[in-house]
Design a binder for this molecule. Structure first.
Ligand code: UDP
Ligand code: MN
Length: 297
């Protein structure tokens, strides 16, 4: 009698377990059942397109150095979160390198890889970097835009140095641009923040301390330009003939007057981009003596 009872108890316990298990799997809310994407899937799935949004063309000159891959990795992983983004990366090099080629390919981003080496003579004469590289990108961009319909052509051009820090909000802001949009840039020009001064919703001046006599005393990271303006002004390009700090003024002079600038980032009251600079790493003598041909750093 006792053994019969315990046998029945076992069945009841088993039945209850099956019931609980079934109940649990069937009633879990959808949000819990949904799978978190695997890391490997992220680039392709997040760098998505939405035809209603203007395309952002990010133009980034880059050159070989110890922290190049680290800087480009950080930047590319920000860009993976930006919709309708096309990254134009121009290497300051004789040839395209496998390091940049691999990084771009593995990023899942939409990209164009270009290269042009700055002649040593030119680099010495003027302090500016990235002049030939940005011009090469503009040349490519014009050809690309001409091949698009008017609707597809709607876009914004942003000159993005490879070691700056970009908040996602800066990309949201620049999609509102009609001609040229401006916003504050953190940690630049010897200041905590360099920014346009706004009066009644218009740019009335700039707070810059470094070379305030520049026509547009703002950093490259502090503005973006409607893509069609580069077709309307096919002559617009950067120049080696100006002193350092004047590249921004050179390009903006083709398109706008100060009064036409469109203040973004809440009337230029928010910082969404920082002119950070990666410290040059120091490798010890013993460290330099070791070669690493088998591993990309
Ligand atoms: N750059 C380049 N060739 C050089 C030096 C710099 O292509 O010889 C690129 C660099 O990768 C960056 C941009 O030009 O994207 C601006 O350079 P950097 O960040 O060194 O300038 P800074 O921070 O001093 O404004
Ligand atoms: Mn920099």
């Amino acid at each position: 009698m006792t053994s019969f009872l315990s046998f029945k108890k076992q069945y009841i316990a088993l039945g209850m377990l099956v019931f609980i298990a079934l109940f649990f799997f069937n009633t879990r809310p959808a949000s819990i059942q949904c799978q978190v994407p695997q890391l490997e899937e992220l680039p392709a799935s997040v760098a998505s397109t939405n035809s209603n949004l203007p395309t952002i063309y990010g133009i980034t000159p880059t050159y070989a150095r110890l922290a190049q891959k680290a800087d480009l990795t950080r930047l590319s992983q920000t860009l993976m979160l930006v919709k309708n983004f096309h990254w134009i990366v121009i290497e300051d090099a004789e040839n395209k390198t496998p390091l940049v080629a691999n990084l771009l390919r593995d990023s899942g981003l939409k990209y164009t890889q270009l290269n042009i080496k700055t002649e040593k003579e030119k680099a010495k004469k003027a302090m500016a970097s990235g002049v030939e590289q940005r011009n090469k990108a503009l040349e490519w961009l014009r050809g690309h835009l001409r091949g698009l319909s008017e609707e597809e052509r709607i876009g914004v051009v942003y000159f993005m140095d490879d070691d700056n820090t970009y908040a996602l909000k800066v990309f949201e802001e620049m999609r509102k641009i009609n001609k040229v949009g401006v916003w504050p840039v953190g940690i630049v020009g010897g200041m905590m923040v360099e920014m346009p001064i706004i009066t009644n919703g218009k740019v009335s001046g700039f707070n810059a301390l470094w070379k305030p006599f520049r026509p547009f005393p703002i950093d490259m990271a502090g503005f973006a330009v409607a893509a069609n303006l580069f077709l309307e002004h096919p002559e617009a390009k950067f120049s080696r003939k100006v002193q350092s700090g004047f590249q921004e003024s050179v390009i903006l002079n083709y398109f706008v007057k100060k009064e036409d600038l469109e203040p973004l980032a809440d009337n230029c009251t928010k910082v969404y981009v920082w002119h950070t600079r990666t410290q040059k790493p120091s490798i010890s003598k013993a460290g330099k003596a070791m070669t690493y041909n088998h591993i990309e750093v």
